[in-house]
Structure formats: C-alpha cells, structure tokens
Design a protein around this ligand. Structure first.
Ligand SMILES: Cc1cc2nc3c(=O)[nH]c(=O)nc-3n(C[C@H](O)[C@H](O)[C@H](O)COP(=O)(O)OP(=O)(O)OC[C@H]3O[C@@H](n4cnc5c(N)ncnc54)[C@H](O)[C@@H]3O)c2cc1C
Length: 601
C-alpha cells in the first residue's frame, strides 16, 4: 500500500523537485535584507507601494522589467530579486499589488481581489506558506477563518436552504454523505477524482516549463491523466449522479473562477476543492501586507516598483528579440521583459503590429470564443458602523444562489438581467483580519460580489471614470440595491448601520486593474484553455515571458505559481547549477506526504 502510494506520487515528487528549483540558489546568493525576518512591516498601506513613475527613479543596468505588480509579478520579481537580480516593476494603477491592493474610502479600508486562500497556508510547513514566507521575507502572517469557512445558500422566495462547508476533507465528505446518503458512490468517486486532478497537475506544470517540443511529449505522455482537464465539470459530475442538488453543492464555488459547471473545466473545480480542503485563511493586516513586504525585497536587490506607469508597448528588434518597454513616451531597456497583465493585453496591445507575424498562433488562439471568459463581476464595497461582535458578523463567506442549478441560473440571468443574480458572495474583511479594528475602530466592511455580463456595461467603457453619465449611475444604483437586498436578507441586523456604499463594475475593473473586457480571472477556465499549448511562460518573442494568472490558473495561488513557472523558465540554467534549497524541498515533501489530518480520504 505504502509502495503504491509512493509510485502514485512519483510525478508529484518530480514536480516538487522541479518547482523547488524555482526558488533555486537564491538563499545562497541572497543579499542581506535590511528588514529583519521577524519584523512585521507597518500594516498601513505603505508609501513604498505608491512610488510614482519618473525616469529619474529607474535604476541603471536593469536585469529585468516586469509589467504589472499583481501576485504573479510580485512572486516572480521577489524570486529574481533574491537571486540578486535588479528588477523594475511597472504598474499602471496608483498603488502596487494588483488584486491584492487595498484602498481607503471614508475611513474604511477595503480589499479587492483576495478574500480567502487555502493551500494550508496557515501551516508553516506547507508549500504555499513556504512560497509566501520566501517572497515576503516572513512578512505576512495568516489568520484562519471559521472552521465553517463557506456557507452555500439557496433562496427562492421565502424558502432558504444551506450547506455548510467545514475545514478538512473528512468533515466535508461526512457532511456530504449525511446530506446525500443515497449518493455515497458518487461522493467517493468525486473525492478520488479530486485527488487524481491534484496529482496530474504535475503534467500541466511540466508542459508549461519545458521547451515547446518537450512540452508536446509531456502532453502525449500525460494524455490520459489530463482527461479531467479537458472535460467540463458538468460532463464529469453528470456521469456520477443525476442529483442536481449534489452537483450544485459540489460546484458552489464556481464564482471563484467565473465559469458555471457546463462551461468550466472539471479540473479547476477539483483544484479549488483541494485548495480549500483544509480550510481558508486571510492575511493579517490585510492583503496589502503582501506588496508592502515584496517591494522591500525587490528594493533590497537594487530594484524598484513604480506606479502610475502604464506600459504602452514592448520594444522588439528586427530579429524578434524583446529589449525594453515604452512608457509615457520614454523607453526603458532591459535584457528580459515579463508581462503579467494577461495574454490578450500582452499579445494584442503591447506587441508592435510589425511583429504580429511571430505571434500568429497566440492571436488566433485568442479569437477562440471558448477561451474568452463567460462572466465578469461587480463588487459592492460596504462601510458599516459598529462592533463586529455586537453585530454578530462571522469570519466566513456566504454564497447565495437562486437554486442549485448554476447553469440554469446563469442562462436565465444572461437572457434577462432583471432575473435573480446567479450567485452573490458576501464576506467581512474587517472580521477576518484580527488587526482591522485596531486600525479602524468601530468600523466594519462587507464586500458583496455578484456576477455581471461585460456586454451590459460595455457602452460606458470609454466614458470618463467617476463621470460616466446618468444612465450608468442609474444602472449602478439598480445593481447596488439588488446586492444590498441580498446582504440585508442574510444579515438583517445591518439595516440602519450602513455608512458607505460604492459599486465597482466590470468597466471599473478594466480601468483600475487593466483587465481585458472585465476578465477579472483572466482567460476562461474552460477545457479549451487547458489545451492551449501557447499559454505558457515563454513566447515566440525572444526574451519576452508571460506570467500571472493566465499561465496556469486564476487565484492568488494560481498567479503566484504562474510567477514561479516563469522564474523557472527564465533561469533554468542557474537553477541546475546551484541546486535546490533545503527549505523548499522540505515544504514539497510535506505537500506530497502531508500529515493524516490534511489528506484526502
Ligand atoms: C473581485 C475578485 C475577488 C477575488 N477573490 C479571490 C480570493 O478570495 N482568493 C483568490 O485566491 N483569488 C481571488 N481572486 C482572483 C485573484 O485576485 C487573481 O487571480 C490574481 O490576483 C491575479 O493575479 P495576477 O498577477 O495574474 O493579475 P493582477 O492582480 O490583475 O495584476 C496585474 C497588474 O497589471 C497591471 N497592469 C495592467 N496593464 C498594465 C500596463 N499596460 N502597464 C503596467 N501595468 C499594467 C494591473 O493594474 C494589475 O495591477 C479574486 C479576483 C477578483 C477580481
């Protein structure tokens, strides 16, 4: 049995070694940090993440330019900085961090695109924690959310049903078996498949890292293992059960990647089940703590992170080699350029047209409607007066659906936007972050997120931000009311306590985060995405690399590992020379042979 387990994990062990190499020789080469490992950086959004662009601030003799300062860009840049590389990160927004940035309005601090992560990040021995500790110099602590970290609710008229998702595979499975006693086979098979997908991630990672030719061989070898990436969630689950409620419960987190079950790949659903299998966590001090610490790591190596720095073009010479970027009519040169802003923006907007013949495959691939995301989001930022305990606000998320049939709910809403929102997500960052109330006493914040179709907002995209006209304001008011109704339905104690409300729409996301057509999760997580061989860190333009959520998958963890993959692709030779660090290897071994309480059973 033990032997079988070992054999089953050989690919994963190899993955561990390969990915471990991502953090490579950095400890050896690492420059002495000015920030003590145990010093937590001030948890206010620091000026260090708001340094405006000017040519005077650009360091000389850069090793690399990274476009975009989200989780992908930060991970890659920190890894490179720790290898002694001088990295310039250019961010178009006025604060670094991408989806991990936070902002303040009327004395309330709001997060944007990190509401929870899993991956056992609370355990210092885990792989994800190792990565975060590594890139932030141990600068971020993680707070566990409630043991029941998500509740999935259906509401239809006055009828309300819920399913509580508890931490731990054993607990999750036993709750499913209690609720669906006749579906034991389907539930057992589902967990086996989740495990299978988790193991076959090895092939996905290898395909991304290997040179194109070897990548095809890996795809061929791993073909049978990758089957579950190439089927929709609905195709797989309807082969296990006809119970629509069970399917609805197993796919309640479709909003985390934006594809309802009939469109999303089963693999992304399974990876999320695995990711949150041992509970959910939130960064102490808020998500901005990540950029606050990473920027220091980059600066310690002589690099810089500059904001209000929209890159308009990547400079490519006549031999098809990238050698710099253009920004505000300035040209900055570096031997390596990495774009983390998504494949569409990189290939369609930043590569000069006279170089498009080199990226035909990418441009053609992007035309496939199956790699365009199905849905976008709107985020309602709510400022609340009062004490979290008195208001009885939980440290968990709530998902509210009109029924368990997510595809049907989406189809109805797409046809007629006045029909019920197909999903609403509610979370209280002020409760999840134990330091929030020290910074903002007597204040709470809720984030209420609902799906939105980009097409419904597209006509306002070119109008001036904060001044898009009455029609847009009315549309926002209508959507705000619907999200607020949902908030009050679930938390009636909040009525009369609201001090601040603002709604971000898909066009706001495009403006603030440089998204493409409201694609907050990047390219679609459909089966088609996992068949795009061109979606990888290397590109046909020499010295130009991709990173971030389009490289592997969406999510903070997905984007961070996108950063790791790009680091491997850029400096494989250095890695091979210097070997793998002990800490990384220990974390990989922990991940591969986790203690019993963390295992899928
Ligand atoms: C509302 C919402 C909630 C989410 N909740 C969670 C969650 O709870 N847990 C989780 O794991 N994931 C969550 N996600 C997903 C997660 O935030 C993303 O997958 C991840 O942060 C993507 O990281 P990235 O580095 O690829 O891209 P981004 O974070 O988008 O970073 C790209 C950066 O590039 C910048 N940029 C764009 N164009 C240019 C240009 N031309 N020049 C310079 N800079 C440019 C952008 O401004 C941006 O800062 C959420 C996302 C959203 C939108």
């Amino acid at each position: 049995m033990r032997h079988e387990k070992m054999v089953e994990r050989i690919p994963a062990v190899a993955l561990g070694i390969a990915v471990g190499a991502a953090t490579f020789f950095l400890v050896i080469k690492r420059k002495k940090s000015n920030v003590s490992n145990n010093d937590m950086v001030d948890n206010n959004i620091d000026n260090i993440t708001k340094q405006g662009f000017s040519m005077k601030k650009v360091p000389e003799n850069l090793d690399m330019i990274v476009i975009g300062s989200g989780m992908g860009g930060m991970t890659l840049s920190a890894i490179m900085a720790k290898a002694g590389k001088k990295v310039l990160v250019l961010e178009q927004h006025d604060v670094a961090g991408g989806n991990t940035h936070t902002f303040e309005e009327n004395g309330y601090e709001f997060d944007t695109g990190l509401h929870y992560i899993g991956g056992m990040v609370g355990d210092k021995r885990s792989l994800l924690r190792f990565l975060f500790d590594y890139i932030t110099d141990n600068g971020v602590e993680w707070e566990q959310m409630d043991n029941t970290y998500d509740i999935a609710v259906t509401r239809s008229g006055t009828e309300r049903e819920e399913f509580r998702i508890r931490s731990g595979f054993k607990e999750y499975k036993s709750d499913l078996l209690n609720r669906f006693p006749d579906e034991a086979n389907a539930i057992e098979t589902y967990f086996k498949m989740v495990k299978e997908v988790q193991h076959s991630v090895f092939y996905l990672f290898m395909m991304k890292m290997c040179p194109s030719f070897f990548s095809k061989i890996v795809r061929w070898i791993g073909h049978s293992k990758l089957q579950l990436f190439h089927k929709t969630t609905m195709e797989v689950l309807s082969g296990l059960t006809t119970n629509k409620e069970l399917i609805g419960v197993l796919t309640y987190m479709w909003g985390d990647y934006g594809e309802p079950p009939a469109r999303g790949s089963f693999a992304i659903n399974a990876l999320l089940s695995y990711h949150f299998g041992n509970g959910a966590f939130y960064p102490v001090g808020g998500p901005a703590m990540i950029a606050n610490n990473v920027v220091r790591v980059i600066e310690n190596a002589g690099g810089k992170v500059l904001v209000r720095a929209p890159v308009t073009s990547i400079l490519v010479d006549k031999n098809g080699k990238a050698y710099g970027v253009e920004i505000k009519r300035n040209r900055i040169h570096a031997p390596i350029i990495v774009s983390t802003i998504g494949a569409p923006q990189t290939f369609q907007k930043l590569i000069p047209e006279d170089q498009h013949h080199r990226i035909q495959k990418q441009l053609e691939g992007l035309k496939d409607p199956n790699v365009a995301p199905a849905i976008s989001l709107m985020s309602l930022y709510v400022g609340i007066e009062g004490d979290a305990k008195e208001l009885d606000l939980p440290k968990r998320n709530l998902w509210v659906f009109p029924s368990w049939e997510h595809d049907y709910n989406c189809a109805v809403f797409k046809k007629d936007a006045s029909k019920p929102l197909p999903a609403v997500f509610i979370s209280f960052s002020s409760v999840k972050d134990p330091t929030y109330n020290e910074r903002h006493p007597g204040r709470q914040v809720a984030l209420v997120i609902g799906p939105a179709y980009y097409e419904d907002f597209e006509k306002y995209k070119d109008l001036r931000v904060k001044n898009r006209g009455d029609e847009y304001v009315k549309l926002k008011e209508k959507m705000t009311k619907r999200l607020m109704d949902c908030l009050f339905q679930e938390y009636p104690q909040l009525e009369g306590k609201i001090n601040y409300i603002d709604l971000g729409t898909p066009v706001s996301c495009d403006y603030y985060l440089g998204n493409h057509r409201g694609a907050i999760y990047g390219l679609s997580h459909s089966p088609a995405r996992f068949q795009c061989d061109w979606l990888r860190p290397t590109t046909p333009i020499k010295n130009l690399y991709l990173s971030g959520q389009d490289v592997i998958v969406t999510g903070i963890t997905g984007a961070a590992f996108g950063g790791v993959m790009s680091a491997i692709s850029i400096s494989m030779s250095s890695m091979l020379r210097k070997g793998v660090i002990i800490g990384g290897m220990k974390a990989f071994m922990f991940e591969l042979f986790p203690p019993k309480q963390y295992q899928i059973i």
